[in-house]
Every structure is written in structure tokens, then in C-alpha cells.
Design a protein around this ligand. Structure first.
Ligand code: ADP
Ligand code: MN
Ligand code: MN
Ligand code: MN
Ligand code: MN
Length: 364
């Protein structure tokens, strides 16, 4: 990315914009339609006006819409329309008031899903496994970059900060870089209705984590995708770039993951420990398939160092942060609870990962 690409724009006045934000909307709301773009990692959005509705909109109350798929790498130019179906509704923390966001998935005009619609299969798996009441808690790690796109946030330009150690869960100007973003994003998630459950500074300076969950079934993927949308929008406001690359800086710097914590009702109930081990053994038998679906570039992260397990060897253990799967100490003591799949990369698709965990542990 060329230097200063994003910093050369004229400064737009937030104060002037603020005076428009409080204007009355005269009985109408703005609905931000959000969908996953052609890379399977980019998020796109566009807005339409709808009349204000007492009690609010459910996804099924909102009209389907379409966009130009030839501009997002999702359809050919001569048959460019992709149809978006609203699937989940959230409050819009940027516009406030009664304005909402609608997370959508993508279909062809004939009603079949487009190739990179990963939500549909996940929703189907969640439905088939419904009586097990699967819960997911996802730990999203992310790395902030200066507006130049190459300097991790808070790092000296062209150089390196001191080695890792003081940055995890840190405070202090010399250790914690980008707290504004973490705070704004947390509030945005709470306002929107995303089930954010916590946050912390990460091991690599400029890296942060937040957790979403526990969420039941498909809502884990929905909430995580919307949380990523909110994160990128918050960063846009602050003039900072967010990266979900699994190993943003090579060398002795931690990568970024998306640990996926999982349980079913039988695992959570007394005696659930046996169910936990059973599920983990099933995951071990499909290690390669799971690794293939757990995020692009994950081989740069899963080296067996920096709190990861080797990409080529499945392992599990109690309290072991160097294993593919970790069981918490407390879970072992209580004999029930959940386990943590530490393999997914920060850029993984939560629909793919949660759907696959359900498929392997419950449906196959
Ligand atoms: P770590 O110790 O690995 O850093 P975190 O506290 O960051 O763990 O994240 C743990 C996640 O697990 C949270 O999102 C939490 O909501 C989730 N979680 C807690 N209990 C369960 C459960 N029974 N099933 C699935 N997820 C759970
Ligand atoms: Mn147009
Ligand atoms: Mn964590
Ligand atoms: Mn972490
Ligand atoms: Mn974790």
C-alpha cells in the first residue's frame, strides 16, 4: 500500500456532521443492508429508507434487495444482480435513533445461493442440531495499523517496539495502543445488540481481542460478522486501519486467531466431560479438513510457537495453550462445560467454522 494513501484526504468536519445527525427523520428510518463481499472476508453495505415501524422490524418484515455483483466479484457483468435477503436486524450505533442495520446473505435471482454464501449451510446444520443447543463463544483478535497501512499502530515508523511481554492486558501510553478503538467498538456492539462478552489488550503491541458469546447456533456467526463490520466502521472514523491477517508481522510477534469455544447442552450438564472428550476425538479425526477451512494464511500462524499448536498435528489438553484444543482447568474440575478450538485464524468465516464443528461433532 503506498505511503499516506489515506492521510492525504481533506479533513471533513465531524462537528458539522453532528448537527445533521440530530435532525428529525420525519417518520422514516435508514436501514443499512450489510453483506459479505466477493473475497469472503470483505464487508459491503448500502442504505435504503423505510417508514418508521412501531415495535421495530424483524428480518422478514424487510424487503429483499439487490446489488451490482459485478463490482464485488460476486456475479458476471452480463447478469450482475445479486439478491440480498435480510437475516438479522441490529440497532445502528453510528446513526443512532431508530435506524437499523440488516445483515444479509446473497442469492442468485433464481433463489439459489451464490457460491460464497456460507450462511445457508451453517443455518441448516444449526437447525439439524437444534435439540443439542450448541453454544459458541468466539475470541476475535485483530491488529491495528497506522493510516499508512504498513506500520502497526503505536510502533515506531520503520522500526520495532520492545519485545513482547508488557503489552498483554496492558495499561500505559508506552504499552497500550489504540484503546479509543476498543472502547468505541465495545459500546457500538452493546448498542447494536451484538452479544459482546469482553475485551483485552493482546500480546503483540497494537493487537486487541474481544469476545462474542456465548451465542446459540447461527447467531454466533451473525453477531461476529456484525461485530467485524462495526470494528471496521469505528476504525474508519478514527483514521486507523484494522487487519484480520493471521500473522500480520513475521518473526517473534504473536499472530491473530479466532479461538472458538463450543459446548452442547449434554456437555454443559453434569457428567458432560465424557461428551467433551468424545467431540474432541471426532475433531481430531478430521483435523486436515478443519484446518483447510479455518482461515487463509493460517499456516503462517500455526507454527507451534507463540501459543499455537503445529498445523500438521492435532493435540488437546487441559489448560494447554500450545494444543489445538484446550479444555479449561475449571471444566476438568467440574466435570462439564465447554472446550476451546484454538486453531481458527482471525480471518476465518464464523459460518464455516461453527457449521463445521456442529457437522463433525453432532451430525456426521
Ligand atoms: P481465553 O481464556 O481463551 O482467553 P476468553 O475469556 O477470551 O477465553 O473467551 C472465552 C469465551 O468462551 C467467551 O466468549 C465466553 O462467552 C465463551 N463461553 C463461556 N462459556 C461457554 C460455553 N459453555 N460454551 C461456549 N462458549 C462459552
Ligand atoms: Mn446506482
Ligand atoms: Mn481470550
Ligand atoms: Mn487472545
Ligand atoms: Mn482463547
Amino acid at each position: 500500500m503506498p505511503n499516506n494513501l489515506f492521510s492525504q484526504h481533506t479533513e471533513l468536519s465531524d462537528a458539522i456532521l453532528e448537527s445533521f445527525k440530530t435532525l428529525d427523520q420525519k417518520g422514516f428510518i435508514m436501514v443499512e443492508y450489510i453483506w459479505i463481499g466477493g473475497s469472503g472476508q470483505d464487508l459491503r453495505c448500502k442504505t435504503r429508507t423505510m417508514p418508521y415501524k412501531e415495535g421495530g422490524y424483524k428480518p422478514s418484515d424487510l424487503p429483499k434487495w439487490n446489488f451490482d455483483g459485478s463490482s464485488t466479484g460476486q456475479a458476471p457483468g452480463d447478469d450482475s444482480e445479486v439478491i440480498i435477503y435480510p437475516q438479522a436486524v441490529y440497532a445502528d450505533p453510528f446513526r443512532g435513533g431508530d435506524n437499523i442495520m440488516a445483515l444479509c446473505d446473497c442469492y442468485k435471482p433464481d433463489g439459489t445461493p451464490i457460491d460464497n454464501n456460507t450462511r445457508l449451510a451453517c443455518a441448516k446444520a444449526c437447525q439439524e442440531a437444534e435439540k443439542e443447543i450448541p453454544w459458541f463463544g468466539i475470541e476475535q483478535e485483530y491488529t491495528l495499523f497506522e493510516a499508512d497501512g504498513v506500520t502497526p499502530f503505536g510502533w515506531p515508523k520503520g522500526g520495532y517496539p520492545g519485545p513482547q511481554g508488557p503489552y498483554y492486558c496492558a495499561i500505559g501510553k508506552e504499552n497500550a495502543f489504540g484503546r479509543h478503538i476498543m472502547e468505541a467498538h465495545y459500546k457500538a456492539c452493546l448498542f447494536a445488540g451484538v452479544k459482546i462478552s469482553g475485551t483485552n489488550g493482546e500480546v503483540m503491541p497494537g493487537q486487541w481481542e474481544y469476545q462474542v458469546g456465548p451465542c446459540v447456533g447461527i447467531t454466533a456467526g451473525d453477531d461476529l460478522w456484525v461485530s467485524r463490520y462495526l470494528l471496521q466502521r469505528v476504525c474508519e472514523l478514527f483514521g486507523v486501519i484494522v487487519s484480520l491477517d493471521p500473522k500480520p508481522i513475521p518473526g517473534d510477534w504473536n499472530g491473530a486467531g479466532c479461538h472458538t469455544n463450543y459446548s452442547t447442552e449434554p456437555m454443559r450438564n453434569p457428567g458432560g466431560y465424557a461428551k467433551i472428550i468424545e467431540a474432541i476425538e471426532k475433531l481430531g479425526k478430521k483435523h486436515e479438513q478443519h484446518i483447510k477451512a479455518y482461515g487463509e494464511g493460517n499456516e503462517r500462524r500455526l507454527t507451534g510457537r507463540h501459543e499455537t499448536a503445529s498445523i500438521s498435528q492435532f493435540s488437546y489438553g487441559v489448560a494447554n495453550r500450545g494444543a489445538s484444543i484446550r479444555i479449561g482447568r475449571q471444566v476438568e474440575e467440574e466435570g462439564c462445560g465447554y472446550f476451546e478450538d484454538r486453531r481458527p485464524a482471525s480471518n476465518m468465516d464464523p459460518y464455516v467454522v461453527t457449521g463445521m464443528i456442529i457437522q463433525t461433532t453432532l451430525l456426521d
